[in-house]
Design a protein around this ligand. Structure first.
Ligand SMILES: *[C@@H]1O[C@H](CO)[C@@H](O)[C@H](O)[C@H]1NC(C)=O
Ligand SMILES: *[C@@H]1O[C@H](CO)[C@@H](O)[C@H](O)[C@H]1NC(C)=O
Ligand SMILES: *[C@@H]1O[C@H](CO)[C@@H](O)[C@H](O)[C@H]1NC(C)=O
Ligand SMILES: *[C@@H]1O[C@H](CO)[C@@H](O)[C@H](O)[C@H]1NC(C)=O
Ligand SMILES: *[C@@H]1O[C@H](CO)[C@@H](O)[C@H](O)[C@H]1NC(C)=O
Ligand SMILES: *[C@@H]1O[C@H](CO)[C@@H](O)[C@H](O)[C@H]1NC(C)=O
Ligand SMILES: *[C@@H]1O[C@H](CO)[C@@H](O)[C@H](O)[C@H]1NC(C)=O
Ligand SMILES: *[C@@H]1O[C@H](CO)[C@@H](O)[C@H](O)[C@H]1NC(C)=O
Ligand SMILES: *[C@@H]1O[C@H](CO)[C@@H](O)[C@H](O)[C@H]1NC(C)=O
Ligand SMILES: *[C@@H]1O[C@H](CO)[C@@H](O)[C@H](O)[C@H]1NC(C)=O
Length: 728
């Protein structure tokens, strides 16, 4: 069946312009001769966002549109992630000059559009010498077309069984004319011959070179002549043309079956996975095993050595029925893009897989299949994780913000409405630590904010104390510093938070208080009247204060500042001392204990806030004294009560001859108790004078001057002074 192609080749008559590159930036347009195609790349920074190409030959200029490219062997794509556009032109593309299947000459126009919409045309010329000898049969599964070329002298093409030949032969004999015709084999359908130009109108291109027969078909699922079948559960697209020519009594038939796996790959959560049948049945019959097959992989149209693919984490599993390729997310060789959408981190990963398989049939005829397959993950949302790691006892909010990609940085936090950049936060005593996440490229931040730096709320009646922290994280994606925000809130609650409880005990000459410490005592201050109880105040007023880790005890001696007195009689009187707890900020009293005790009356002087002096004085000590002849300076003011040893006077400070003295800070009221008594040694009666004095600070008496009413802020300080025996 051997025969020689006698088709002529185009002769190029025109003279092509040379490559214009003097005015181009370096790397703006580059060409490279790959195994079976010319690669033209142009940087988008140079060519704008929508460059396009035209193929040029003697017939003129042919814009490379999507449709035209898939019929004529051009694959053009714009790749924003890698910042370039590329054109792959098959050595058998329509407008390429082919010299003996060895030297291929290309000419293109690159049309760029700048930001203002101005178009510029650059001419790109390139020559390629075949880098690798042709295999008897070569299949190219491009992104947009399938192409097969067979050596002109192939006999007994593989993959065709006798029955089909018989059927085809029968049809050929009856209908084939002397020019070439094509019959498309389709499952369960009659073989109908058509002319090559009829086939061309359907988008199928047949082409005869010096030594090879080429067939090219766009992917057209469900197309007239092609078919999509499942092979071992994987989609395979196939077109099966048989070229026929009858010259006199000889019928020449060439089987140009082409089949490509059209699996689009999928994302399995860890990476991209692509599958293909190990043996593509229309291309290779099941009789030839795996051992006659070599498989390799790569990316971006170039094969990679095993050490490199292993280093990048790619895997290639060759099974009896299926070849599976896995490329981990974000492995080298692909492109990853991250951006903010709806205030959330999104990312995807794209890789352009390249796959090559060679197989040998039993007669040693080699087929080489090459496949380009771009794959991408779906748009992935990176879900931030937030973990509340707060331990109440530490009194520090600890919040873990995790699942951040390596290209995300925390730049600021807003805590309960206060902005902090990360350096500011550090200065303010907040701790923000970046930590890696085990077994991943993710990282996390741990934020520590002491409770005391945070607003708290207290519900004293329920005994509930609540700290809450609202966090607004500002994250940015690097390097574009695209910001997004993440909100979190944490609370910490303590139960049984009640104000301090005091216990009071009456002693003979003092009152003792005791307060057992509880963890939240610091929320309140302990006070005496308007003053806060401090060691200083205690020392000044003569209180005996002890404060250890367990409890606070306070012993208040009788008559020290803060006491109030009531029900004074000669036997006893009631002394009261009040201790309280309150909020330092509002001074709102939250608990108090006013402890009242009965004390034995010996000597007492009380200067009330209403301006009444009450005094019990001992007269027993004065021999021969006669209580009944005892009076104040105004001798009509007699004791209200008396017994053998004591007298009790109680009088308003503006009566009974009380004298008043001012100095800078005090108002002093003074009176005298005069006690008449007889002395054995002296004939004349003798009197003893006891000076009683009430001193009020002027500052607490403004009402006396304003309203002429005696109403002191606090009781006056009383003293009973020396008794001086005076001769009458
Ligand atoms: C390609 O080859 C042709 C003829 O062999 C020659 O005229 C042309 O200059 C070459 N072009 C380039 C870009 O090498
Ligand atoms: C080739 O022949 C086999 C066996 O008769 C048949 O199953 C198959 O469908 C035929 N192929 C085509 C493309 O007609
Ligand atoms: C597979 O590769 C080996 C070594 O590179 C080579 O010897 C063998 O011929 C190849 N087989 C096919 C079917 O190409
Ligand atoms: C981190 O994100 C992954 C997937 O996005 C998710 O499965 C995982 O549960 C997240 N981790 C945490 C701690 O939330
Ligand atoms: C916090 O910072 C943002 C911008 O970074 C600003 O709009 C806002 O007013 C700031 N808020 C406060 C309370 O400082
Ligand atoms: C915070 O500041 C201290 C020194 O003041 C430094 O040692 C520490 O690394 C800083 N931490 C961060 C998270 O920047
Ligand atoms: C992380 O990796 C270590 C060793 O590489 C392994 O022992 C551990 O189980 C892994 N942890 C997770 C959560 O995958
Ligand atoms: C978080 O902070 C950013 C920047 O300050 C602001 O634009 C955003 O509205 C805040 N989010 C909320 C819910 O407060
Ligand atoms: C956070 O942790 C603390 C302490 O374990 C706990 O009291 C609180 O309920 C947790 N949850 C939130 C949302 O803050
Ligand atoms: C008692 O001591 C504690 C610390 O042990 C302190 O917090 C508290 O303020 C002290 N109380 C008074 C009234 O000084």
């Amino acid at each position: 069946m051997a025969f020689v192609f006698w088709f002529g080749v185009f002769v190029l008559l025109s003279i092509w312009p040379s490559v214009r590159c003097s005015d181009l930036p370096r790397g703006a347009i580059e060409t490279a001769c790959r195994d079976r195609y010319l690669l033209v790349t142009t940087q988008l920074s140079f060519a704008g966002n929508e460059p396009r190409f035209e193929a040029i030959d003697a017939d003129g200029v042919h814009p490379i549109t999507k449709q035209y490219g898939s019929e004529c062997g051009y694959m053009f794509s714009i790749l924003p992630l890698s910042g370039h556009a590329e054109l792959r032109a098959s050595y058998f593309s329509c407008h390429t000059d082919n010299q003996d299947d060895e030297v291929f000459t290309f000419s293109f126009n690159l049309i760029t559009i700048d930001a203002k919409g101005v178009e510029t045309t650059y001419t790109v010329n390139a020559n390629c010498s075949l880098p690798l000898p042709w295999s008897p049969r070569e299949v190219s599964c491009e992104e947009n077309y399938m192409e097969v070329s067979v050596r002109g002298d192939v006999s007994g093409l593989p993959g065709t069984k006798a029955d089909n030949w018989t059927a085809a032969l029968a049809t050929a004999h009856s209908s084939a004319t002397s020019t070439w015709q094509v019959m498309f084999q389709q499952e369960g359908q009659q073989l109908t011959p058509m002319s090559l130009s009829e086939a061309r109108e359907l988008g199928y291109v047949f082409y005869l070179t010096q030594g090879r027969l080429v067939f090219r078909s766009p992917y057209t699922p469900g197309s007239v002549m092609g078919s999509v079948t499942m092979v071992n559960g994987m989609l395979v697209e196939m077109v099966y043309p048989i070229l026929v020519s009858r010259q006199r009594w000889v019928v020449i038939m060439v089987d140009l079956v082409v089949a490509c796996s059209t699996d689009e790959g999928m994302y399995d959560g860890a990476g991209l996975v692509w599958q293909t049948p190990t043996l593509l049945s229309p291309l290779v019959s099941g009789l030839f095993g795996l051992e006659s097959s070599n498989i390799s992989m790569g990316v971006d149209g170039q094969l990679l050595d095993e050490p490199i693919t292993a280093e990048r984490g790619y895997s290639l599993d060759i099974g009896d029925t299926t070849v599976q390729i896995s490329i981990p997310f974000n492995a080298a060789g692909g492109y990853r893009k991250s951006f903010v959408m709806n205030n959330m981190y999104h990312e995807f990963y794209v890789v352009r897989l390249y796959y090559e398989q060679t197989f040998m049939d039993d007669s040693g005829v080699e087929t080489r299949l090459r496949l380009h397959r771009p794959m991408n993950t779906p748009l992935l949302i990176q879900h931030i994780s937030i973990i509340n790691q707060t331990v109440l006892e530490d009194r520090v909010f600890t919040v873990y913000l995790g699942n951040l990609s390596y290209d995300v940085d925390l730049v600021a936090v807003k805590l309960n409405g206060h902005n902090f950049t990360i350096p500011e936060a550090n200065k303010s005593g907040l701790v923000i630590t970046m930590v890696p996440q085990p077994n991943s490229t993710l990282h996390a931040y741990i934020l520590r904010v002491p409770f005391d730096a945070v607003i708290h709320k207290l519900y004293p009646t329920e005994g509930l104390l609540e700290y809450s922290l609202e966090i607004n994280y500002t994250l940015v994606i690097l390097p574009q510093e695209e910001p997004y925000f993440y909100l979190a809130s944490v609370v910490a609650q303590f139960n049984d938070v009640f104000p301090p409880v005091f216990k009071g005990v009456c002693n003979e000459k003092s009152i003792s208080f005791q307060m057992d410490h509880k963890p939240f005592d610091y929320l309140w201050e302990v006070g005496v009247g308007p003053y806060r109880l401090t060691p200083n105040l205690a020392a000044k007023r003569g209180y005996v204060m002890r404060n250890d880790s367990k409890r606070l005890t306070l012993e208040v001696p009788l008559f020290s500042v803060g006491f109030t007195y009531k029900d004074i009689n000669l036997k006893q009187f009631r002394g009261t001392f009040e201790i309280l707890s309150r909020f330092p900020k509002t001074l709102e009293v939250k608990s108090s204990l006013a402890k009242a005790c009965l004390f034995q009356t010996t000597e007492v002087i009380v200067c009330s806030t209403e301006g009444v002096m009450t005094v019990v004085s001992m007269i027993l000590a004065i021999p021969g004294s006669e209580p009944s002849r005892t009076s104040l300076r105004d001798s009509t003011c007699m004791p209200q009560a008396m017994d053998d040893t004591r007298v009790l006077f109680s009088f308003r400070l503006d009566t009974c001859g009380t004298r008043v003295q001012f100095d800078y800070q005090h108002l002093t009221y003074e009176n005298e108790i005069t006690i008449e008594h007889t002395s054995q040694s002296v004939e004349a009666p003798v009197s003893t004078r006891v000076t009683v004095r009430c001193v009020y600070p002027l500052s607490g008496l403004y009402k006396l001057f304003a309203y002429r009413r005696f109403e002191a802020d606090s009781p006056g300080f009383g003293t009973i002074l020396t008794r001086v025996p005076v001769k009458n």
